[in-house]
Ligand binder design. Structure first.
Ligand code: ZN
Length: 272
């Protein structure tokens, strides 16, 4: 089987102080994206940071980063629809409708975040987001943090907000989401609509167990500093190191690392 590696380069919360190699400016993020693509990532999942390194939905930063990446590679671009707190919903979608990535995240429900916030993905937000993605031929990557979000995804499928076959990303180990264990991954993956494709990652210490479990269960994998900042105990990671190791794990298992063209075929993307 061909296994797709997604590199989640920056995220919105990983602290630069704890991850010295974290790319934060559009130039840094684009350079890391190219390096990860050369190391085997077929997809790059992008967030932006502002000058204080807080998560930002700044459209100009997304645009500069995407243009830099598109100028040098055919890597599949996956833009986040979240990452800045207390912003109007429109600001979480403008960059997507303008830049038309091949993939964009669709978090299938709301969830509490520490210390006292809500990652809000209301029915209205998701219905509007789904409409924009459908209108622009952008495939949603449906992020699942707990069982109820699969039920919610089925609701959006029934309403035409999502279209089959759906591509899922299991986000395991999020505060108040499903704990990141292979057992939970096996359970959740068993509940997906039968024609789905899926990928998974575990946050922090669960990075390796979920990486191996996803490969063993026939899924695709996501790695990167958004999710995990250590390569091994007390050894800081870089995005490229995490991608390269995922590639080795895939090949040692007996799979092949999917090229961008193969990933487009697996995910049913038209290419841009
Ligand atoms: Zn993200």
């Amino acid at each position: 089987m061909k296994t797709i590696i997604t590199a989640a380069l920056t995220g919105a919360v990983t602290p630069k102080a704890k991850a010295p190699s974290l790319p934060c400016t559009p130039k840094e993020i684009a350079e890391d994206a190219i390096k990860c693509w050369k190391s085997g990532a077929a997809v790059v999942h992008l967030h932006m940071r502002d000058d204080e390194m807080r998560g930002s939905m700044d459209k100009a930063r997304f645009k500069e980063t995407v243009e830099r990446i598109r100028g040098e590679s055919d890597v599949i671009i996956n833009l986040t629809s979240s990452g800045e707190i207390n912003v109007p919903f429109e600001r979480r979608m403008e960059h997507i409708s303008e830049l038309k990535p091949e993939l964009a995240t669709f978090d299938a429900g709301s969830i509490n975040v520490l210390p006292d916030g809500i990652f809000d993905n209301t029915v209205k937000f998701l219905t509007t987001l789904g409409g924009i993605l459908n209108a622009n031929n952008i495939k949603p990557e449906v992020e699942i943090m707990d069982m109820g979000m699969i039920a919610a995804a089925e609701y959006y499928l029934s309403k035409g907000v999502l279209k089959a076959p759906v591509h899922f990303q299991f986000v395991l180990g999020f505060f108040s989401g499903a704990p990141a264990t292979p057992e939970n991954l096996a359970f959740l993956k068993g509940k997906l609509p039968p024609d789905s494709t899926w990928s998974a990652f575990g946050i922090g210490n669960a990075h390796m167990p979920i990486l191996y479990a996803a490969i063993a269960m026939g899924g695709h994998v996501r790695v990167g500093l958004e999710d995990c900042i250590f390569y091994s105990r007390d050894v800081p990671a870089t995005n490229v190191d995490l991608v390269a190791r995922a590639g080795r794990a895939v090949r040692e298992f007996g799979n092949e690392v999917a090229t961008c063209a193969e990933a487009r075929k697996i995910l049913g993307l038209g290419g841009k």
